[in-house]
Write a protein that binds this ligand. Structure first.
Ligand code: F6P
Length: 366
């Protein structure tokens, strides 16, 4: 089937680099004489057109995407409450239910004369993309998430920017922690994977890093802080992934709404309170949260995003569907969406980054 009209959607949490991907897709498509269309807020533009003055699907041209490579966020909008396979709908009794609107979405897609979809998303959005291609849509996925927890690619775009910002925050917190002789606990996002905590914690010289992959014992962290005290280092920095959990305990979950994933939060506060009690040190907790998703993408993320966007267009030109573009240095390759979304990419306990952290004396609470 020849391509004339390509749709682009961005789903789930935003990540720095989304606009660069969109720009590359639009420009590479225009070069091939294809038109590009943006779907607003994940798939809501197609499923809830009445919400949007422009009908929810709008034309993207090289002019529309001028000067957006360095901008955070997404010009298409996004949502993590718009899973078409579990769409939140209020029933007659006023209760929220999850409805499968996948087949309807495929029909609406065809009604708009759209030939193919390039969708940027994390594990949730690309899992949906995989199901949509099984139901007849021509789909290419682009791996986006600050969490870096997608399998099949060495790295996702957005991750480098999040780590760079977290590292800068750790640098800033060091000086205030040292000046006051305090323990500062810094909670970072990352869902059930510890990539952001691990990489920023090492780069930012944290004393302890707690990640979901290694359940922690606070007594071990406290011992590390006391050992620093004994060496005259009266302050410590502890990085806590939001998904970190104590040995025998569970992840700190704030809640879950219909059609949404679990919301994590409170892990840093929990660790800070526990450490204050165990060490008797004045302790503060800082939650970096959504700050990690904002701002301009780093050079690495800009380049990766542009490469991913252009590679997605080349995949369509080659007649591919049901694949995700992936970084496999020095090149970009294609992996089946089925493989990329089968399991979450956790931090391997024997990876050299963990070994490096241990070698430079960082405590994991184990
Ligand atoms: O997946 C990206 C992410 O930022 C996670 O790190 C975090 O747990 C979640 O999204 C937060 O989602 P929300 O924007 O719904 O608060």
């Amino acid at each position: 089937m020849s391509i004339k009209r390509v749709a682009i959607s961005t789903g789930g949490g935003d990540a720095p680099g989304l606009n660069a991907v969109i720009r590359a897709i639009v420009l590479a498509s225009a070069k091939r004489g294809w038109e590009t269309y943006g779907i607003r807020d994940g798939y809501n533009g197609l499923l809830l057109p009445e919400r949007y003055p422009d009908g929810g699907v709008f034309k993207l041209t090289p002019e529309t995407v001028r000067g957006i490579t360095h901008q955070g966020g997404t010009i298409l909008g996004t949502t993590n409450r718009g899973n078409p396979l579990k769409f939140p709908v209020k029933n007659a009794a006023g209760v929220w239910e999850e409805l499968d609107r996948g087949d309807e979405l495929v029909r609406l897609f065809r009604m708009h004369d759209l030939d193919a979809l390039i969708t940027c998303g994390g594990d949730g959005s690309l899992g949906i993309a995989n199901e949509l291609q099984k139901r007849g849509m021509r789909v290419i996925g682009v791996p986006k998430t600050i969490d870096n927890d997608l399998d099949g690619t060495v790295i996702t775009f957005g991750f480098d920017t999040a780590v760079a910002f977290a590292t800068e925050c750790l640098d800033r917190l060091h000086t205030t922690a040292a000046s006051h002789g305090r323990v500062i606990v810094v909670e970072v996002m990352g869902r059930y994977a510890g990539w952001i905590a691990l990489n920023s914690g090492i780069a930012g010289s944290a004393d302890a890093i707690l990640i979901p992959e290694i359940p922690y014992d606070l007594h071990k962290v406290s011992a590390k802080i006391k050992e620093r005290d004994a060496r005259g280092r009266q302050f410590s920095i502890v990085v806590v992934a939001e998904g970190a959990k104590p040995v025998g305990g569970s992840t700190s979950v704030i809640g879950k709404s219909v059609g949404q994933a679990e919301r994590l939060g409170g892990a840093g506060q929990h660790v800070a309170a526990g450490l204050e009690e165990l060490c008797g040190h004045e302790t503060r907790a800082v939650v970096l949260g959504h700050l990690l998703r904002g701002g301009s993408p780093t050079t690495f993320d800009r380049l990766l995003s542009l490469r991913f966007g252009a590679a997605a267009v080349r995949a369509l030109e080659e007649g591919q569907s049901g694949v995700m573009v992936a970084l496999d240095p020095p090149t970009v390759k294609y992996v089946p969406l089925e493989d990329a979304t089968r399991r979450m990419k956790s931090v391997p306990l024997d990876c050299d980054t963990i070994l490096t952290a241990r070698d430079v004396g960082i405590c994991f609470g184990d």
